[in-house]
Design a binder for this molecule. Sequence first.
Ligand code: SF4
Length: 107
Amino acid sequence: MSKIARRKFIQLSALAAAGCMANSGRQVFAQDLPQVTEDDPMAAAMKYTHDASTVDPGSRSKPDAEQNCANCALVQGNDGDTWRPCQIFPGKTVNANGWCTVWAPKA
Ligand code: SF4
């Protein structure tokens, strides 16, 4: 490796390392987000509950029997996690066993 190529390699490596450090500072993990509460105004408006089994299936606007946050199209994060981000509650997590009126089936 020539002297110039080595210098360029070191400069690019330093830039890449700086980029990784800067990016890791902005990365947000689900476990770092607050859990939405059932009395949160938005959650109350959406009739969100931490436990979908407490919802009368007959009161749901969509007929699917098995509805919870874990099988909702709007949930994010990792399968198997108890608390996961949701597109309806940005910056917060919902319980995988929860439910709200916005529930939609995964495609
Ligand atoms: Fe749960 Fe889906 Fe409602 Fe989000 S939109 S709270 S994932 S049911």
